[in-house]
Design a protein around this ligand. Structure first.
Ligand code: PLP
Length: 407
């Protein structure tokens, strides 16, 4: 008899986006003339940078001719892209990461979800609350948790991120083997200083733990003091894996390209206590289960690092951050407290009550869609997330409507 992986039965259906869609549809049916403005989405809204589009076209033409056609590429990614990443994203910042420590993939979602697969099933792990749900659900699927009871999975160490700790989790009280961190954070938009990050690196070194550091929103950092990579902290290469993505950096959410850095020094342990290279294990897993990102997509990603590409990416991000600035200014004027939006496209706003009530209030009275924080964990119950991914005109309109509705 064919049987299922029963861990999948423990997963909680995510009602968040379906409930949002249902409520938005109901509102639209009752108010057909209202133009709804969506500030809930975590998806890029601007077209690809021109340099990427040009590289895309050129490489598609290459694929059309026998002489320049490319079939399967290296599973880890083409050297031309890995080298550009190493030079621009790491070496230029004084971080010694080499091209062969970078694995190109089709998304940070897959990589942050899949990485746990090369780790033992019986390790302990910690996630922030609120959290990007992929970290939790993939560990549930792998059988590392108990059942879902009282709004939380058993056997997960939840790292509460609240106003009291500036939305930066405190170190766990007991040793934990695997730790997920995400900065700039989704959903809170909070960032972490180098000194705070160093505490986590020290913790991981002392406890022989591993940090999975999700830096998908690194490109939104404006403050020079904030680290872009965990490897800016001394000793991090031995205890941390970093995930990056072109999704939000260059609008690749639909084009798909990301990368994961697994330093050669990064080790985990076998049951005998012997060190094993995570680089070797991830390489084995990647080559077995993944056949590479398409050549034109990798050429388009490479163009992010051209002179023109850099300027275009900078300008698109600046535009999104102009939206974030406007949202923050408006929240200040309304006297609503928030975090984020300074070095991140997300603004996490204190709803001063239930997050779904605030959602309904903004939808029904302003025609604006936000994301209720409850969808990201119990610590999000009293918050909403606004996203800067939209046009300035729409954000301006949305802020005017919110101001009038909350008056
Ligand atoms: N990590 C975080 C924290 C995210 O918010 C997202 C997307 O919203 C991802 C990863 C997924 O990135 P990608 O599009 O590269 O799969």
């Amino acid at each position: 008899m064919i049987r299922i992986n029963e861990n999948y039965l423990k997963l909680q259906a995510s009602y968040l986006f379906s409930t949002i869609a249902k409520r938005v549809n109901e509102f639209q049916n009752q108010n057909p003339d209202t133009e709804i403005i969506k500030l809930g989405i975590g998806d890029a809204t601007r077209g690809l940078p021109a340099a990427c589009v040009e590289a895309f076209h050129t490489s598609v033409d290459e694929m059309a001719a026998d002489a320049t056609f490319r079939g399967y590429g290296p599973e880890q990614g083409y050297p031309f892209l890995r080298e550009k990443i190493a030079e621009n994203d790491f070496q230029a910042r004084g971080v010694d990461i080499s091209a062969d420590e970078i694995f190109i993939s089709d998304g940070a979602k897959c990589d942050t979800g899949n990485f746990q697969e090369i780790l033992s099933a019986d390790i302990t792990f910690a996630v922030p609350d609120p959290v990007y749900p992929v970290y939790v659900d993939t560990n549930v699927m792998a059988g590392r948790t108990g059942n879902f009871e009282n709004d939380r999975f058993q056997n997960i160490v939840y790292l509460e991120c609240t106003r009291d700790n500036n939305f930066i989790p405190d170190l766990p009280k007991k040793p934990v083997d695997l730790i997920y961190l995400c900065f700039p954070n989704n959903p809170t938009g909070a960032t972490i200083s180098k000194a705070e990050l160093a505490k986590w690196v020290d913790y991981a070194r002392v406890n022989k733990s591993l940090i999975l550091f999700d830096a998908a929103y690194e490109a939104f950092i404006r403050d020079d003091e904030i680290p872009h990579s965990i490897y800016e902290v001394d000793g991090a290469k031995e205890v941390a894996v970093e995930f990056r993505s072109f999704s939000k950096t260059a609008g690749f959410t639909g084009t798909r390209c990301a990368f994961t850095v697994v330093p050669r020094q990064c080790m985990a342990y076998d049951s005998q206590g012997n060190q094993q290279s995570l680089h070797a294990l991830w390489n084995r897993r990647h080559c077995t289960k993944f056949n590479g990102v398409s050549y034109p997509v990798q050429r388009a990603a490479e163009a992010v690092y051209s002179d023109a590409g850099k300027l275009q990416v900078k300008s698109i991000i600046a535009d999104y951050m102009k939206n974030a600035d406007l949202i923050r200014k408006e929240m200040d004027a309304l006297g609503l407290s928030y975090v984020g939006g300074e070095n991140s496209p997300y603004i996490w706003i204190d709803a001063k009550g239930n997050s779904w009530d605030m959602f309904d209030n903004l939808l029904n009275n302003a025609g604006v869609v936000c994301t209720p924080g409850a969808g990201f964990g119990t610590c999000g119950d009293q918050y909403i997330r606004l996203s800067a991914f939209n046009s300035y005109e729409n954000v301006e309109k949305a802020m005017k409507r919110i101001r009038e509705s909350l008056k």
